[in-house]
Design a protein around this ligand. Structure first.
Ligand code: AMP
Ligand code: TRP
Length: 334
């Protein structure tokens, strides 16, 4: 099995999924399920590294599952489940806590960003978050991990942990070194209000992001209000270097219309940004609103969503237990 392509990825159930999640990760998840064995996980244990209201967390796990299905993930093709229902994730995370090094974790930029200025008050879970992520991937001996660019550093850490485990326990090639699959053209969708920050669930202003459940009117309003540029669209992408908001809008439009940035620019050069915004809102409405509508429809049948998770957990657990048996043996646990 270790020679075959095995895909694993996770999404945190921490609120509305947005265009960044969709273009950076979910679209890739869907296309991968055609040719590879895929495991997609709603990572609820990662979510609680920052306090979550229990009722909200419960709802968000179901909503993230519904969005998975609404974007085209098929529970008959891919394993879809929530992390906490397979206890092997937590068990392997502990073992990997003992393999990973404090110096490695100290370099993680996401911890620095999320913990903010008062690191003493961050949860220990937030600090060792990347070790749990490594456990998610290695528990299944996954070979490929589709993620947005923001997760690149965590993926590199997962590779370092896999390598150290293989060395420490004298089992070359036991864990494959997982490869990140990061979208080439647009790996980081930026905030609509500040082109230097990534689009995120946690930014306060809802105008900073397009949520998968936004209505057509909301999309039009948000794109209209998005920061762009007072000059016209240039004829050369190099001229957008210091205009991150304008570049972001052009990048999103190119990605959705499946064109290169160069082609979009050559078609729109000389136009005002309002021209781009009208077209962008149109293509976003076509692409995004069906996903939102389908998510809402699926959310009306919670027993079905729970059944999908339960079936997925059962399948995931079989692989996890088999691998854990070997992992415990390598470490010397009885
Ligand atoms: P999260 O919502 O943080 O669990 O992220 C789920 C997936 O979406 C991960 O693969 C992230 O890398 C990806 N992602 C999140 N935000 C963005 C963004 N602004 N641009 C591109 N990918 C993103
Ligand atoms: N850390 C990822 C994020 O915030 C989510 C995640 C958890 C993940 N475990 C994973 C992604 C394993 C890929 C593989 O986006």
């Amino acid at each position: 099995m270790s020679k075959k392509k095995l895909v694993f990825s996770g999404v945190q159930p921490t609120g509305n999924l947005h265009l960044g999640n969709y273009l950076g990760a979910l679209k890739n998840f869907v296309s991968l399920q055609k040719n590879a064995e895929c495991i997609y996980c709603v990572v609820d244990l990662h979510a609680i590294t920052v306090f979550q209201d229990p009722g909200h967390l419960h709802d968000n796990v179901l909503e993230t599952t519904a969005s998975f299905l609404a974007t085209g993930l098929d529970p008959d093709k891919s394993i879809i489940f929530n992390q906490s229902s397979v206890s092997g994730h937590a068990e392997l995370a502990w073992i990997l806590n003992c393999v990973s090094r404090v110096g490695w974790l100290n370099r993680m930029t996401q911890f620095k960003d999320k913990a903010g200025s008062d690191k003493e008050k961050a949860s220990v879970g937030l600090y060792i978050y990347p070790n749990l992520m490594a456990a998610d991937i290695l528990l299944y001996k996954a070979t490929h991990v589709p993620v947005g660019a923001d997760q690149k550093q965590h993926l590199e850490l997962s590779r370092d942990i896999a390598q150290k485990f293989n060395n420490d326990f004298n089992c070359k090639d036991f864990f494959p070194l997982p490869e990140p699959l990061i979208p080439k053209n647009i790996s980081r969708i930026m905030s609509l209000r500040d082109g230097t920050k990534k689009m995120s669930k946690s930014e306060e202003s809802d105008y900073s992001r397009i949520n998968l459940k936004d209505t057509a009117d909301e999309i039009i309003k948000k794109i209209k209000k998005a920061k762009s540029d007072s000059e016209t669209i240039p004829d050369d992408a190099k001229l957008l270097k210091n205009k991150p908001e304008a570049l972001n809008l052009l990048n999103i439009y190119s990605e959705i219309t499946k064109n290169s940035l160069e082609k979009t620019i050559s078609e729109m050069a000389g136009e005002d940004y309002s021209y781009l915004k009208t077209k962008l809102a149109e293509v976003l409405i076509d692409e995004i609103t069906p996903v939102g509508k389908e998510t809402q429809k699926l959310l009306k049948d919670k027993p079905y969503l729970k059944k999908v998770l339960k079936k997925g957990s059962e399948k995931a657990n079989i692989i996890a237990e088999e691998n854990l048996k070997n992992i415990r043996e390598k470490v010397g646990l009885i």
